[in-house]
Design a protein around this ligand. Structure first.
Ligand code: SF4
Length: 215
């Protein structure tokens, strides 16, 4: 049986390699964190107080308890909720796109450091491409995929299916537990975005966390 320590060492090596790939793709401010607490501490110190912070529906970020910590530091969190109508959401998304920071987590990151998002509305990816003063991406090792093909597979068949179950959407994948590439008007997988390299004018911080986080 493999000891947990060995898995940690294996992950650390994998994550350090991925860090170097992301740096070579232009994401200079990429760092590996051993655990959630050290990652949260870093983000809280980077953001400080009194800032406007946009965030999408990331379960990674919510599971870390990061938003509570940032609120305690007197920061404003800008995010939509399930009950908001379309007009209200648009106003929130535009405000989030002009925030000081935008927090997000991709659905997959390949060994070569390509970053993959799948979205229903596209508000998150547009904010990750341009607008906010700085984008902060966080993810655990469970998001790592061998290549773009397996990253897209992961985004659809693990991240999107699990999110459909969480959101109790009446989409076919909720019954079959695999993406059926549906035509449902409740489909949450409408926009596929791949960052091959850092978007030219957008500043990034990327935190790779040695833990399992989000979907
Ligand atoms: S495309 Fe449809 S079936 Fe596939 S994961 Fe998205 S919502 Fe589910």
């Amino acid at each position: 049986m493999i000891k947990d320590d060995n898995i940690k060492i294996f992950n650390k090596k994998l994550l350090e390699n991925l860090k170097n790939k992301l740096i070579s793709n232009g994401f200079k401010n990429t760092e590996v964190f051993n655990d959630v607490d050290s990652a949260k501490k870093y983000v809280c110190s980077l953001i400080g107080n009194g800032k406007k912070i946009g965030v999408g529906g990331s379960q990674t970020i919510r599971s870390m308890g990061l938003l509570e910590d940032l609120k305690q530091q007197n920061n404003e969190i800008i995010t939509h909720t399930k009950d908001m109508d379309y007009e209200t959401r648009i106003q929130i998304w535009l405000k989030a796109q002009n925030a000081d920071f935008y927090l997000a987590s991709p659905q997959a990151v390949t060994y070569n450091g390509e970053i993959i998002f799948i979205d229903a509305y596209g508000n998150r990816v547009s904010a990750c491409i341009y607008g906010p003063k700085k984008v902060i991406l966080l993810f655990g090792y469970n998001k790592i995929a061998k290549d773009i093909e397996s990253g897209i597979w992961r985004a659809r068949n693990i991240a999107a299916v699990t999110n459909n179950i969480r959101l109790q959407r009446k989409n076919p994948c909720v019954s079959t537990a695999i993406c059926e590439d549906c035509n449902s008007n409740l489909r949450i997988c409408n926009v596929l975005t791949i960052l091959y390299k850092k978007p030219t004018y957008t500043e990034y911080e990327i935190l790779i966390i040695n833990d399992v986080l989000g979907y």
